[in-house]
Each structure stands twice: as structure tokens, then as C-alpha cells.
Design a protein around this ligand. Structure first.
Ligand code: GAP
Length: 551
């Protein structure tokens, strides 16, 4: 983090999330559990709204009769809800059992654990003593971190810092230096160590959480895994969906659900968690149309974030370079957001849109595939037999109009619900000034959430707690409650109540005042424009519905 303003902005967002009941640390009264988060009363509503928008916009509300520009033919969408624990063979054929790992290093002194690819450093020399100072930070923070560490290690005062000589060219990845032999582990000073040589050699660490099935668990046969992605449940049911519904290729299956990854270094609030939710689509199409469908989904998903109000200037679409692609992918683009906890110019992944080819359906029928001479072939063991056997089931598709049989190609837009919630929270957070009851400027914190995402759509507020105003307000609240997420609040001055709703992201407030009793009208206050208009009491529901639909 090289921008203190952004860091303090992030700190304020985290504190608001806790103070207003959006996000809490899991098991907090026991000191919390790293990488696990709970959603509080406002957070659960925000996250549900986000998932419902995704489901409605991508799956339930999709018009399968419409020919969409750029998409070629119309397509169908349907849904699934699969189990978290599946047959262990699923993960062998998907590649996760062998390949879904990160490299980690431990520090023997500090007992800390690091992701190998997150460590970088450079040599510092002082009076013939030389050490490779390692940092686990990124950007400018890593530079400042390593400079502070060098002063401490050599026992040099800050005013004499120019007596330390630094290796030219800035910080370099530790992994690269170890691989090319320019640094030995014995020379590396770990991020939280006081002496060099305490980092262990890197080792592979599979990210899948393991569990055991059954009361007599013990042998290897009982071993099972919590799913690290929801996608595989969709491939497991590809034939079931084809056989039991009327979908024809091209079509997509959507699923929202929990996934689990034993991340080595969960960090940045909910951004990298160990338990999180995904919103994934597996879209099945004809191989020769797959490139066009890949572009279609990339653009459709990009536009979805914009339609819910994410600031375009903070979003980036990034096509992966060939050496970044997953073991199955022939093309991937990430939709990324400039989260405030990142250094200026850095972006964090919100969603990946991958062209998975026929990798999954083929491996689940034939056995785990590997890339050999550019082609995907079944992996063989030393005995020449498939190392992981597939299901042996035919997962091809027969087009009864064209009489063609083929294995469909898959385009996969895979989004994280928690990361999206975090991005929308960060984007919505604003501090501005509003006039208070006396016309003086008052600073306010406001979440400018899109009305579809806002946990509460409207607050009903009697101006004062007397003169019959609460009775009218409660009757209005009861008539709205069955149709919209709304709340009633009569505690505190009207200014404080508006401020509370602004912080919760509530787009509208309805205030019942003296005039209401005389002419049956109420004040509708708009969170963003701060305009106030009068509305007949009996038109409130339709006025709010129209605003919500047009938002
Ligand atoms: N099926 C493909 C797949 O799972 P991924 O890029 O590993 O691809 C997709 O994950 C999305 O899931 C990411 O873009 C991110 O939004 C979310 N995600 C992945 N790991 C996460 C984690 N540790 N914490 C929170 N969200 C995560």
C-alpha cells in the first residue's frame, strides 16, 4: 500500500462494516479465525441481494427466445444446487488433486508461513555484512518495509541510513533468485525473523480442505474434500440436466454456493478467505462457436458490474498471458477492481471468464487429461494405464437437428460473491457534506449502493414521537413491509436518523410530519441527490417500486 489515504479509507470501510453489522470476524469472542467471516444483519441482506441480482439477471430472468447482439443464436439458462462434498474421483479428474496447490515456505524462527510467490527482496550491505532482506508486502510498502528491516538488522540509526548499500534494480521475487542461484536460503532474512537462514525450502501445499466420511473413518477410502469450486458439480450433472430438461446446446447452467480453499495467507478483509461463495456459470456450446461465446460472456459479465453501479474507471478487463493460463484453459480474462487496500495502479480479481475447451467433460469421461505436445491427452501412469480413471460415461452431446455428435466446449464466468460484496462496499463508500436541520454543513458517511443491492430500500420516520405521527408511520410501515425491505425508526433527531440510513446505504426515507396529518402526504428523501419531494401516502408503494425498477 503506497497510498496512505487509500489505506485509511480501507480502515474506515472495515470499521463501518463492523460497526453497522455488515461483516464480523468469525468466532470473534474466541479471538477470531483467520480467513473466515460472518455477515451481520445488513451484510446478509446485501449479499443476498447481490446473489439474487446475479441469479435473476443471468439465470431466471434470461430470455431464451431473444437473439442477442454478438451472441449469434438464442441460448437457454438453467440452474443447479450441488453438494459441497463429492466423490473423491471428481477432484482427481478435474486436476485439483494433483495441481491445485501453492508453494509455501515456513520461518523456523517466527513460526510464520508465507506464500512463496508473495515474497520478494534485495541484498543490503553494511560494513562488509551482506544479507538478502525479504518482504511479504507489495509495491512501495515492500520497499519501505525492507528499508526499516535493514536498519534494525544492522543496528543503524535512520539518519545514517545512506551507509547501507542496496542491490541495484529494486526488489526481485525470492523464488526467481533461488531458482537462478543468485540467492541462497542461508542468506535470506525472513519477513519476521531477526537472523538470516530461518526460511525453509519451498514445498507444495494442496489448497483443498480434507475431511473423512462416515463414523468409522480411518482408511484412505474415506478421504473426501470440501469443494474448492462449485463448477465440478455442474459437470457431474451435465447429462442429468440434458436428460431431464429441454435444454439444447448452446445453454448454460448457473450455481451459487460455498467453496473452500485452505489459503496459505488469507488477507485483505474478505478478499482472500478460506470459506467463500462463488456464482458460477458453465456454458456449453459448439466447439467452432466457442471463441464467439467466450467474447460474449466476457462482455456480458463486464456490463453486469457496470449495471449495478461499479465505477467504470476502477474496473479493468485483463486477458491472461499464455503462461498464466490454468492447466485446462485455452483463454481467460479477469474482471478486476482497484480495491483500496492495493497499491495505486494495482487491481484485484473479481471474476474470471475462462474458455475451458472440452477439458472437463472429456476428463470426467476418459480420465485426467494432461497437455502433451500442445494437445490434451489422458495421463498415463508408469504402468501405461490411465493414472486417474474417468467415469467411463459418454458425456458427449448429440444434436438431433444437425445429427452431429460432439463434446461441447465450455465457457465459464466464475465470480466470487464475497469479493463482489467487498467491491460494491468499497465503491459505495463516500464522505461528503450535507446541510443539517439548521442549514449548516455537516459531514456524512454514505454508502451509495445501487438500490437493487441496498439492504434496506426505504426507512419510515415519524418527524417527532407525538401528535399521532408514529401511528401513521407504523401503518405505512406495515403496508410497505410485505412488498419492500423497509424499516421503522423513531429514535433520535431526524438528522441523526437520516445519517444512520445514509451509512446503511438506504436509498430513500419517507418522513411523516405535521403536514401528513393535514393533507395525507409524506416527504420522500433521496439519499444521493438529497432532494425531498412530497408524495400522497397512498402512492408511496408504487412510487418506490417505479424508482427501484428504473434504478
Ligand atoms: N471454477 C473456476 C474458479 O474457481 P477461480 O479464479 O479460482 O476460478 C473464481 O475463482 C472466483 O472465486 C475468483 O474470481 C474470486 O472472485 C473467487 N475466489 C477465489 N478464491 C477466493 C478466496 N480465497 N476468497 C474469496 N473469493 C475467492
Amino acid at each position: 500500500m503506497d497510498n496512505p489515504n487509500e489505506q485509511s479509507r480501507m480502515d474506515k470501510i472495515v470499521s463501518l462494516a463492523k460497526r453497522r453489522g455488515f461483516i464480523f470476524q468469525s468466532s470473534e469472542i474466541y479471538g477470531g479465525l483467520n480467513g473466515f467471516w460472518d455477515y451481520g444483519p445488513l451484510g446478509v441482506a446485501l449479499k443476498r441481494n447481490l446473489k439474487e441480482c446475479w441469479w435473476q439477471d443471468m439465470v431466471a430472468g434470461h430470455d431464451e427466445l431473444a437473439t442477442l447482439p454478438g451472441a449469434g443464436s438464442p441460448y437457454e439458462m438453467t440452474g443447479l444446487d450441488c453438494t459441497i462434498i463429492m466423490h473423491p474421483q471428481v477432484w482427481k479428474c478435474s486436476g485439483h488433486f494433483d495441481l491445485f496447490h501453492d508453494w509455501l515456505v515456513d520461518c523456523r524462527e517466527s513460526k510464520r508461513r508465507y506464500r512463496y510467490d508473495h515474497l520478494q527482496g534485495r541484498f543490503a550491505t553494511y560494513r562488509a555484512k551482506r544479507v538478502f532482506i525479504v518482504s511479504d508486502q507489495s509495491g512501495e510498502e515492500a520497499v519501505a518495509d525492507s528499508e526499516a528491516k535493514a536498519l534494525k538488522f544492522f543496528g543503524v540509526r535512520p539518519k545514517n541510513s545512506d551507509e547501507i548499500q542496496w542491490q541495484e534494480g529494486g526488489l526481485v521475487p525470492l523464488a526467481r533468485c533461488i531458482a537462478d542461484g543468485t540467492v541462497a536460503l542461508a542468506e535470506a532474512l525472513g519477513p519476521a525473523a531477526t537472523e538470516p537462514g530461518t526460511l525453509t525450502p519451498p514445498r507444495e501445499f494442496n489448497l483443498m480442505f480434507e475431511t473423512r466420511i462416515g463414523a468409522l473413518a480411518g482408511g484412505d477410502d474415506d478421504r473426501a474434500f470440501l469443494r474448492p469450486e462449485t463448477a465440478q458439480g455442474i459437470f457431474m450433472n451435465f447429462k442429468n440436466v440434458l436428460d431431464t430438461s429441454r435444454v439444447r446446446v448452446p445453454f448454460g447452467i448457473g450455481q451459487i454456493g460455498k467453496s473452500f480453499r485452505n489459503e496459505i495467507t488469507p488477507r485483505n478483509f474478505t478478499f482472500r478467505s478460506r470459506e467463500f461463495e462463488q456464482m458460477e456459470i458453465e456454458f456449453f456450446c459448439k466447439p467452432d462457436e466457442s471463441a464467439a461465446w467466450y467474447r460474449f460472456w466476457r462482455d456480458r459479465r463486464w456490463n453486469w458490474y457496470l449495471s449495478l453501479g461499479l465505477t467504470a474507471g476502477k474496473l479493468q478487463l485483463r486477458e491472461h498471458a499464455a503462461d498464466e493460463l490454468s492447466h485446462y484453459s485455452v483463454g481467460t480474462a479477469d474482471i478486476e477492481y482497484a480495491f483500496p487496500f492495493l497499491a495505486t495502479g494495482e487491481f484485484g480479481e473479481l471474476e474470471g471468464i475462462a474458455h475451458r475447451g472440452d477439458f472437463d467433460l472429456r476428463s470426467h469421461s476418459e480420465g485426467k487429461l494432461v497437455r502433451k505436445d500442445g494437445a490434451l491427452v489422458v495421463e498415463l501412469g508408469a504402468d501405461g494405464k490411465p493414472r486417474h480413471r474417468g467415469s467411463g460415461k459418454d458425456l458427449s452431446y448429440f444434436d438431433d437437428v444437425t445429427r452431429e455428435r460432439y463434446i461441447p466446449h465450455v465457457i465459464e464466468p466464475s465470480a466470487g460473491a464475497d469479493r463482489a460484496v467487498l467491491a460494491f462496499l468499497c465503491d459505495a463508500y463516500h464522505e461528503d457534506e450535507v446541510p443539517d436541520e439548521d442549514g449548516k454543513a455537516r459531514s456524512r458517511t454514505v454508502l451509495k449502493l445501487h438500490p437493487r443491492l441496498a439492504p434496506i430500500k426505504v426507512a419510515i420516520l415519524p418527524l417527532v414521537k407525538k401528535d399521532g405521527m408514529p401511528e401513521v408511520a407504523i401503518a405505512l410501515y406495515r403496508s410497505l413491509k410485505t412488498q419492500l425491505a423497509c424499516m421503522y425508526d423513531e429514535k433520535g433527531s431526524i438528522g441523526r436518523r437520516y445519517a444512520r440510513q445514509d451509512e446503511a446505504g438506504t436509498p430513500w426515507c419517507l418522513t411523516i410530519d405535521g403536514q401528513t396529518l393535514a393533507d395525507q402526504t409524506v416527504t420522500l428523501r433521496d439519499r444521493d441527490s438529497l432532494t425531498q419531494i412530497r408524495l400522497p401516502l397512498n402512492e408511496c408503494v408504487s412510487a418506490l417500486r417505479t424508482r427501484l425498477q428504473e434504478s
